[in-house]
Design a protein around this ligand. Structure first.
Ligand SMILES: Nc1ncnc2c1ncn2[C@@H]1O[C@H](COP(=O)(O)OP(=O)(O)OP(=O)(O)O)[C@@H](O)[C@H]1O
Ligand SMILES: O=P(O)(O)OC[C@H]1O[C@H](OP(=O)(O)OP(=O)(O)O)[C@H](O)[C@@H]1O
Ligand SMILES: O=C(O)c1cccnc1
Ligand SMILES: [Mg+2]
Length: 551
């Protein structure tokens, strides 16, 4: 039978009545579907079904233990795609046929049931995309039947881990350059496959980049695209005679550029490069931005650029600038800005000193901090490899853990204290002082009264009983909100944010966090705390479940 995708076919081919979310768009990647999972989800679900436990009520939570990039914060991202995944969650007949072949001993009724499974029975609470988050706290809480909630694990983690990692990486690059520099994502060629590249472009933008070189991301996601040119373009020209015409707007651009070249005393610059720049100016007179390091930045690229730029001014155009792709970016940018300023004054072309200097070449967060420290004249950075591959930390460790079953809180123990899970369905709050600065995050167990503004509250470290503090928050913000309710129309009003809204949210969120927590080197840990009641429950369950050793 043909792959019917999301058409709501059951295993036996009967049509179900359409769900309220049946028109929700598909996830960005066509791979995102129930089959994009680990086989152990299916093995568990088959066992639950055999034991008639598949309808038990379960609560799972998504969290990471350690913040990435040796930092103390992360940015939540990927919820937008999670919601589309939930709305389209349905095994097709063809997929069920495949699974039948993999589990030949399973009863036909199992596949009939699997064919009816969707997210009707599921509720999801989550942080909004773009929210600042910290270790150990629930980013997403999934409530539903044991079987369906279990089936969501792997895909959900896949949809959250990389987006949150890249959004965090992008936000860190933004913090490194400040708000007045332009950041372009150039990573398409180096990203981990097409899906990795699309996610990288999307979530770099969410994290604070201004644009991308990725044309498909521009087309599908509305992100601003831009492009300069590569070395190949310059290499492809040998001399001025390969130009189709010397003219632009009826005037001889070649003559003018050559006149400036000799007046400025640049007679040694590479003529092929000059021809390439003239040809580029003829095609892009209003967007004239040249890569200047193909042969020699200071002795050829910049002189050739300046000769053509001055000629363009004479014809009434405003050139854009240059791109540096090698060498000492701090030194070169300052040297070139000074040069632009001198020529601007010699030729009464004040705009020349304002030309944009773009830098690329293996840039990462450390390079950006080093450049700021040294001082530079760069206006825009193109960042590829380090950004999209998250070379400094290639994975975020979000996990998906069962915290409650049939109303009973559950715990998972570990020899490593930090790996012990926090039991029970939990609520998460952020406490602020009177200046709007975040003081601490606070988790309570379900059923406790919500904390109140102006009330003195004991905030405890979950594992270290000695660490505790009283906090009287001026403002309290509950961080988890209902984003999906299968009984009430699926995606909840206000839960789907645009990319632009989430990007704006990141900027606002970072302003709420203390600078020493956001700091690049040795940041202060942000406090993630639990209530007295949750602390007691954790330690009680710990004792109850840990066998007493024998000496
Ligand atoms: N002033 C600077 N301070 C710190 N790092 C810099 C500075 N200028 C450039 N960098 C970084 O130093 C590294 C230089 O890399 P590399 O030595 O491969 O380039 P290059 O020799 O300049 O160029 P290429 O080999 O492509 O001609 C890059 O990661 C670049 O971003
Ligand atoms: O360095 P990244 O941060 O990944 O940025 C993207 C790089 O991609 C381009 O060239 P490419 O690296 O393909 O060739 P090049 O090194 O010879 O310039 C561009 O010139 C940058 O150098
Ligand atoms: O437009 C650019 O300059 C660009 C785009 C992708 C990779 N490197 C450079
Ligand atoms: Mg390179």
């Amino acid at each position: 039978m043909a792959d019917t995708g999301n058409d709501h076919d059951t295993a036996v081919g009967a049509k179900l009545s359409p769900k309220p979310w049946s028109n929700t768009p598909s996830p960005m990647s066509s791979y995102v579907r129930p089959m994009l999972t680990d086989m152990y989800q299916i093995t568990m679900v088959f066992a639950y079904w055999k034991q008639k436990r598949h309808e038990d009520r379960a609560v799972f939570e998504v969290f990471f233990r350690k913040t990435p990039f040796k930092g103390e914060f992360a940015i939540m991202a990927g919820l937008d795609e999670v919601l589309k995944y939930l709305a389209n969650f349905r095994f097709s007949s063809e997929e069920l046929d495949y699974l039948r072949g993999q589990i030949p001993h399973a009863e036909e009724e199992f596949f009939t049931w699997l064919g009816t499974v969707d997210c009707s029975c599921v509720k999801v609470y989550a942080l909004q995309d773009g929210t600042t988050c910290f270790g150990k706290e629930p980013l997403v809480r999934v409530e539903g039947s044991l079987a369906v909630a279990q089936l969501l694990e792997t895909t959900l983690l896949n949809l959250l881990n990389y987006p949150s990692l890249i959004a965090t990486n992008a936000a860190r690059h933004r913090l490194a350059v400040g708000s007045d520099k332009v950041l372009f994502e150039f990573g398409l060629r180096r990203a981990q496959g097409p899906d990795g590249a699309m996610s990288a472009s999307k979530y770099s933008y969410l994290g604070g980049f201004d644009g991308t070189s990725n044309v498909l991301a521009g087309h599908l996601l509305g992100i601003a695209i831009s492009g300069t040119h590569a070395h190949a373009y310059v290499q492809s020209y040998v001399g001025l005679d390969s130009l189709q015409t010397p003219f632009l707007r009826g005037q001889n651009l070649v003559e003018k550029a050559l006149a400036y070249r000799s007046a400025l005393g640049y007679s040694e610059s590479n003529v092929g490069e000059l021809a390439a720049f003239i040809a580029y100016a003829q095609s892009w007179p209003d967007n004239f931005l040249c890569l200047v390091d193909t042969y020699d930045t200071l002795n050829s690229g910049v002189p050739n650029f300046m000769s053509v730029a001055l000629a363009l001014y004479d014809l009434g155009y405003s050139p854009l600038g240059i791109r540096l792709d090698s060498g000492d970016l701090a030194y070169l940018s300052k040297r070139i800005r000074k040069w632009f300023t001198e020529v601007a004054s010699a030729y009464s072309r004040p705009a020349l000193q304002m030309l944009r200097i773009v830098a690329s070449n293996d840039i990462n967060e450390d390079v950006l901090y080093a450049l700021s420290k040294q001082g530079h004249s760069i206006d825009a950075f193109g960042v590829g490899t380090h950004l999209v591959t998250c070379q400094a930390q290639p994975a975020l460790g979000c996990v998906y853990k069962l915290v409650e079953i049939n109303g009973q809180p559950r715990i998972k123990l570990s020899n490593e204290v930090e790996k012990v899970t926090l039991p029970s369905r939990k609520h998460l709050y952020r406490f602020f002082n009177e200046n709007g600065v975040a003081l601490v995050d606070f988790m309570t167990r379900d059923g406790e009264p919500a904390p109140k503004e102006g009330q003195r509250l004991l905030c405890r470290h979950p594992f270290d009983s000695k660490k505790r503090a009283y906090v009287t928050p001026t403002t309290i913000v509950p961080l988890l909100s209902l984003v999906w309710d299968g009984q009430k129309g699926g995606i909840q009003p206000g839960a789907s944010r645009t990319l632009e809204e989430s990007r704006t949210h990141v900027m606002g969120q970072l302003k709420e966090i203390r600078e020493d927590v956001l700091r690049h080197i040795n940041p202060t840990p942000y406090k993630v705390s639990v209530s007295e009641e949750l602390h007691a429950l954790l330690h009680q369950l710990w004792e109850l479940n840990a066998p007493v050793g024998q000496l």
